[in-house]
Design a protein around this ligand. Structure first.
Ligand SMILES: [Zn+2]
Ligand SMILES: [Zn+2]
Length: 295
């Protein structure tokens, strides 16, 4: 691909940010949440600045659900006028996100769950992209991509939801990028690998978060090939068992629905198929093939 062929316009960036205030990183470093949000807003404004046709959407994943931070789901036609000389599009984006963020965090105030519904956020982002596709005119086009930002590690309880989102994204040719803060997530790592996105783990409470975001995630996918990015790390492709949601190396797989179990289950909990318990290996007599071959 030559430089002239690269289409950097019409980029739709959908970000899923984990805003659960119970995340360990935010508890350990007071003030880190606002730093993450400020870096994210600056990063998304930079994306808008790259091309007039670029678009953004922001989904918040929290303990009790997922919500849109931008575009405003209330659809209020209130016109926001900037006051401090800031570009109107940036002002609009920032004001709406900050107002929505307040509402979303207030909903979760009494929750103590440390896990967030990042997989739900991914699914919501995919539906948003689908809606954008449906609203396009015949000559219009859009190049969507996803970015997940979280500091919650592996949540094997959401394994199936994650995998469904990843395979949907892969089918729709939407790359999933991931920026983990302080902790690794094996599942998101698999998702980035499956969909051809970038996976990056940033050290906890990093002051360079904005620099990482701009260097790794601002360039669109065709441009990334020209950058001297660090080589991809080995991906841990373990699956989570459906019974305890724990990552397993070797397990039992239902031959009907391909559910994974860490222990033998006489009845598959997903599709209710019945299995014989494994017998102690007895010598197996070979049956003679009775099939006739028709010439
Ligand atoms: Zn299990
Ligand atoms: Zn089954």
């Amino acid at each position: 691909m030559t430089e002239d062929e690269i289409d950097e316009s019409n980029q739709l960036l959908v970000v899923i940010v984990d805003v659960n205030p119970n995340q360990l990183m935010y508890a350990r470093h007071p003030g880190s949440f606002s730093r993450v949000m400020n870096s994210l807003l600056t990063f998304m404004n930079s994306h808008l600045m790259l091309h007039a046709s670029n678009r953004v959407a922001l989904v918040a994943a929290h303990a009790t659900g997922c919500s849109y931070l931008y575009p405003d789901p209330d659809q209020s036609k209130e016109i926001l006028r900037q006051q401090d000389g800031q570009h109107e599009a940036f002002y609009q984006f920032e004001t709406v996100v900050r107002r929505r963020l307040k509402t979303v965090i207030n909903m979760d105030l009494h929750s103590t769950a440390t896990e967030s519904l990042v997989s739900g956020g991914l699914a919501m982002a995919l539906t948003y992209i689908n809606r954008v596709y449906a609203s396009l005119g015949p000559a219009e086009k859009v190049n969507p991509r996803l970015l997940a930002i979280s500091s919650t590690g592996d949540s094997a309880a959401q394994y199936i939801n994650y995998m469904n989102s990843f395979f949907t994204a892969q089918k729709l040719n939407i790359p999933v990028d991931c920026c983990m803060l302080g902790q690794d997530s094996g599942l998101l790592q698999q998702g980035c690998d499956i969909t051809g996105g970038v996976y990056l783990k940033v050290e906890e409470n990093s002051e360079k978060l904005l620099e990482y975001l701009i260097w790794m995630f601002l360039p669109c996918v065709p441009v990334r090939k020209m950058l001297g990015a660090p080589p991809p790390i080995r991906v841990d492709y373990r699956a989570a068992c459906f019974c305890h949601r724990q990552l397993v190396d070797i397990g039992f797989v239902c031959s009907v629905c391909l559910s994974i179990f860490c222990k033998f289950n006489p009845v598959c909990t997903t599709c209710h198929a019945v299995f014989q318990p494994p017998k102690i290996m007895a010598p197996i007599r070979k049956k003679k093939e009775s099939k006739k071959v028709s010439a």
